[in-house]
Design a protein around this ligand. Structure first.
Ligand code: ADP
Ligand code: MG
Length: 322
């Protein structure tokens, strides 16, 4: 049973970056305003996320590392309109079963913090610890007990790249939250809370902001806002293409298609468009629970969404920038 759950965890937690994404989403769910990420050896040796969120009550610490029905969904109806980012209730348990994980947390109303550790899923007892506020989740030696999965790990630089990308996606979605990223003892990014445009510049680089323009279009209960660049500058290898639906990073064929069509229609090519676009709509009109990695969505009225995105972006691209 233990083995089966470890194999299952290996499927869910595809690589260190997948674990990092889950930890970051948990920190955001906890209402954090400042989140620090520390990585060692591409996240394989160490993934540590420190936040200043609500913390976990002592009585819930064990539960947090155990497979359970998440507290974030009160009823089945909620599944349709999940406001919080995580909802499967097993990310931490999965991560803990294939690593050496510890959680140190101080709940807002507690007089001190508690720490609990799990070694390959074997849970220890909670013990008092020192921490002013918030939560530190530390994941060491991921896949140490799942050699088959460990074999799929790429070089440290590649795994780090995936972690950095997971960090970027989250940081772009929450300019109101401060973030820090450190790898192998070096501070790489320090993002102060502030305006969306400034966050785009800091995360996507000055080249992007220099060429991108802001857009914000609404129609029929749909809103598309963010920044998009006409691809005139020769971009480096990394594509700058970020799409969010109700604050969640997605990869969606329908949206990509609408974006590509708008670029093609206006510029007569769709090579290397760069954009960070946020679609907002009534949560009951979109199903985010399609795939465990949660980057896929399904729209109730896909054609209407496609048409709206195409027209919104088309209008913005066709408007000369002053
Ligand atoms: P889910 O997020 O789907 O509920 P997880 O396994 O990701 O499941 O997390 C389990 C639980 O642990 C969460 O529901 C939450 O109560 C708690 N938790 C995890 N990380 C944090 C954090 N950084 N701050 C506060 N609570 C947390
Ligand atoms: Mg979660």
């Amino acid at each position: 049973d233990q083995l089966i759950s470890q194999i299952a965890a290996g499927e869910v937690v595809e690589r260190p970056a997948s674990a990092l994404k889950e930890l970051l989403e948990n920190s955001l769910d906890a209402g954090s305003s400042d989140i620090a990420v520390t990585l060692g050896q591409g996240g394989v040796k160490l993934l540590r996320v420190t936040d200043d969120g609500n913390g976990i009550p002592h009585g819930d610490l064990t539960l947090a590392l155990t497979r359970h029905a998440t507290s974030k969904i009160a009823s089945l109806d909620d599944l349709e309109s999940v406001a919080s980012l995580g909802f499967r209730g097993e990310a931490l348990a999965s991560i803990a079963s294939i690593s050496r994980t510890s959680i140190t947390s101080r709940h807002a109303e507690a007089s001190h913090a508690w720490r609990i550790a799990a070694d390959g899923g074997l849970l220890g007892d909670a013990a008092p610890a020192a921490l002013d506020r918030g939560t530190i989740v530390e994941v060491q030696d991921i896949y140490f007990n799942t050699p088959a999965r460990r074999k799929f790990l790429k070089t440290e630089q590649t795994e780090f790249g995936h972690c950095e990308e997971a960090f970027r996606r989250i940081a772009l979605s929450r300019p109101d939250v401060g973030f820090m990223l450190q790898h192998n003892g070096r501070a790489l990014m320090r993002l102060a809370p502030g305006e969306a445009k400034r966050r785009f510049t800091e995360v996507l680089g000055p080249d992007f902001s220099a060429e991108a323009f802001e857009l914000d279009e609404s129609a029929g209960g749909l809103r598309l806002w963010g920044m998009a660049a006409k691809p005139t500058f020769s971009r480096s290898a990394r594509d700058t293409q970020y799409v969010y639906v109700n604050g969640r990073f997605v990869r969606d064929k329908l949206i990509s298609h609408a974006i590509r069509q708008a670029y093609q229609d206006v510029l007569h090519h769709d090579r290397h468009p760069a954009f960070a676009l946020f679609l907002e709509l009534d949560p009951t009109l979109v199903d985010v629970n399609v795939h465990p990695s949660k980057t896929e969505v399904r729209f109730r009225e896909g054609q209407a969404v496609h048409r709206f995105i195409f027209h919104a972006l088309h209008k913005a691209l066709a408007t000369p920038v002053g």
